[in-house]
Design a protein around this ligand. Structure first.
Ligand SMILES: [Zn+2]
Length: 158
C-alpha cells in the first residue's frame, strides 16, 4: 500500500465506526470497490450515529457536525461514504435485538444523509451496510431516499 503523503486534499470523506475489527475491510472496500485511493475519515464508535441527535447528547452531536462541516468546506469534499456494520458495539449497548439494531442503523444512515444534505446540498452521499458472512465482509448498498422524496408512511419508529 502506498504510504507517502499527498500535497492535495482528498475530496471524499468516509464516515464509519472506529471498531478495528472492521476498519481494514472498510478501507479495502473504499479503495478497491469504490475507487477512492485516498480520502478523509471521520471514524468514531457508531460512525454515522454521531449525526443523529437521539444517539448522543446535544454537545457531542454539535461537535461531530462541526468537525464534518469543517472537512467538507476546508477540503472541498464532494463525495461522502457512510458505512454501518453488523455487531456494532455502539448499538449493541442499547440492548436491542439484532434485527432492531440493523433497522436503527439504516434509519441513522438515512437521518445522517438528510442532515448532511441540508447543510451541504452539493454533496454526493452513499451508504453501505457491512455484514459478515462466514467471516467474509460483505458490503450492501443501502438505498437512500432522494432529497425531495418524503419518508415512507410505514417508516419504522426506532
Ligand atoms: Zn461499530
Amino acid at each position: 500500500m502506498e504510504s507517502r503523503s499527498r500535497a492535495e486534499f482528498a475530496h471524499t470523506l468516509a464516515i464509519y465506526c472506529s471498531d478495528g475489527r472492521f476498519a481494514p475491510a472498510c478501507e479495502q472496500f473504499i479503495q478497491q470497490a469504490l475507487g477512492e485511493a485516498w480520502y478523509d475519515r471521520f471514524t468514531v464508535p457508531g460512525g454515522a450515529a454521531w449525526l443523529c441527535l437521539d444517539a448522543l447528547d446535544l454537545c457531542q452531536f454539535e461537535i461531530a457536525r462541526r468537525h464534518i462541516s469543517f472537512l467538507v468546506k476546508a477540503h472541498g469534499i464532494q463525495r461522502v461514504i457512510l458505512i454501518a456494520h453488523q455487531h456494532c458495539g455502539f448499538y449493541e449497548q442499547r440492548c436491542l435485538s439484532p434485527e432492531r439494531i440493523e433497522q436503527k442503523q439504516k434509519a441513522d444512515l438515512q437521518a445522517a444523509t438528510c442532515l448532511l444534505r441540508e447543510e451541504h446540498p452539493c454533496l454526493k452521499i452513499e451508504a453501505y451496510y457491512l455484514r459478515v458472512d462466514k467471516e467474509q465482509p460483505c458490503f450492501e448498498r443501502v438505498t437512500l431516499r432522494k432529497p425531495d422524496e418524503p419518508p415512507p408512511l410505514s417508516a419504522p419508529q426506532v
